[in-house]
Design a protein around this ligand. Structure first.
Ligand SMILES: *Cc1c(COP(=O)(O)O)cnc(C)c1O
Length: 400
């Protein structure tokens, strides 16, 4: 793992990734790839990025020793990387700041994004306001109804929310529509993708922006305990918070890396969102090749998770590769385990976690008791749970 290098020139992580899009999109992706390659070499670009992460996002986010929770579980020490403390309440802002800076560098005055639960839409609308750009967010008509508070947030931030009425009227259709719009207006429009997926160069670019999580964690853990954690764990939807934590640790093989997919009602039911854990075959969706939940005819299967942010049939290509080369272990937490972990963090630490992050916590809740008290688990707390309280209340049968 010392000389781990990915992706290759064609945007492949092993056999995953690449560029699988209509020919009309190729020039846009080439322009983007060239612009990012140039930005990546430019110290000024990273200085601007770091300044915004510090003064706008509020980084570095702390690492926090969850002492009461660790004591309650009676085993390994649980530490949290507090991405929930970022401006807008999750890790997604790290990536949207990076892409907005790149859009500005490319002279694009208009950004588009697609969103399912609305979290990436809000993060995109936020940076568009911050950088004075026009913002259009594509959202399935059904999701617009389900996610009304986030739709209103986007509007407050000055974004135009475009209702997508086609297909299943959810994220999948919104992505298709955003792609169409990008082709039509590529000269002045930048497409902000919200996770470490999509055609090259997006998976690499999003990873690079999110790696601030893992780099900070390494310095902070060294300072706090004089060494690195025995395990670093993160939830995996498309995979951006997880790759951000894992990537700087790839060469540090003394730290086990664990990615937690959404087990929903169980991976032996039809209601989950766990492509790797359910041994899904390789397929192509949204411009890249990776493990993908599909039936024998290649039709994309429906997914379910209690957390909207993990409810995706695919997984970013670098995760599929890290699974293939066995550097990261992928497993699942079911809805119920995530909800239990959610409750525990509220009650023992005074922190309401996002339901997505609760999946990573669930791994710690299950495994900490089997480990020694001198061992350390670092959990990426990717976001705060204020957005999820209605979901949790409903599941508990409580009216709020
Ligand atoms: C969107 C989201 C996720 C899932 O996305 P990844 O790209 O897999 O990180 C996880 N946690 C939170 C809080 C989110 O908002």
């Amino acid at each position: 793992m010392q000389n781990y290098q990915a992706p290759n020139e064609q945007g492949f992580f092993g056999e995953h990734g690449g560029v699988y899009v209509a020919e009309t999109l190729i020039p846009a992706l080439q322009e983007l790839a060239q612009a990012y390659a140039a930005a990546k070499q430019d110290p000024q670009f990273w200085a601007d990025f770091e300044r915004d992460l510090k003064h706008y996002v509020g980084r570095p986010s702390p690492v926090y020793h969850a002492e009461r929770l660790s004591k309650h579980l009676g085993g390994a020490q649980i530490w949290l990387k507090r991405e929930d403390l970022n401006h807008t309440g999750a890790h997604k802002i790290n990536n949207t700041i990076g892409q907005a800076l790149l859009a500005r560098r490319m002279g694009k005055k208009r950004v588009i994004a697609e969103t399912g639960a609305g979290q990436h839409g809000v993060a995109s609308a936020t940076v568009a306001a911050r950088f004075g750009m026009e913002c259009h967010v594509y959202m399935g008509a059904d999701d617009i109804i389900r996610q009304a508070p986030n739709v209103f947030r986007m509007k407050l931030l000055g974004a135009n929310v475009v209702s997508v009425e086609s297909g299943s009227r959810t994220l999948k259709d919104a992505m298709n529509e955003a792609m169409r719009e990008w082709v039509a207006r590529v000269d002045d429009t930048f497409y902000i993708i919200g996770t470490a997926a999509g055609p090259a160069p997006y998976p690499e670019m999003v990873r690079d922006f999110q790696c601030v999580i893992g780099r900070e964690a390494q310095a902070q853990m060294q300072e706090a305990i004089g060494r690195q954690p025995d395990v670093a764990v993160a939830c995996v939807g498309g995979g951006s918070n997880a790759i951000g934590l894992f990537h700087p640790y790839i060469a540090e093989t003394q730290t086990r890396l664990v990615g937690v997919e959404a087990g929903g009602l169980g991976i032996h039911t039809a209601s989950h969102a766990a492509p790797i854990s359910s041994h899904a075959p390789i397929g192509v969706l949204h411009g890249f090749r990776s493990y993908l939940m599909q039936d024998d005819n290649g039709q994309i299967l429906g997914t379910h998770s209690v957390s909207a942010g993990l409810d995706y049939p695919g997984i970013g290509p670098e995760h599929s590769h890290l699974h293939d080369i066995k550097r990261v272990e992928y497993t699942v937490a079911n809805d119920e385990a995530a909800l239990q972990a959610f409750d525990l963090l509220c009650l023992y630490e005074g922190i309401i976690p996002a339901l997505e992050s609760s999946h990573a916590l669930a791994w710690a809740v299950e495994n900490a008791p089997k480990m020694g008290k001198d061992q350390v688990i670092l959990v990426n707390l990717s976001g705060r749970g204020d957005k999820d309280i209605n979901t949790v209340a409903k599941l508990k049968g409580i009216e709020i």
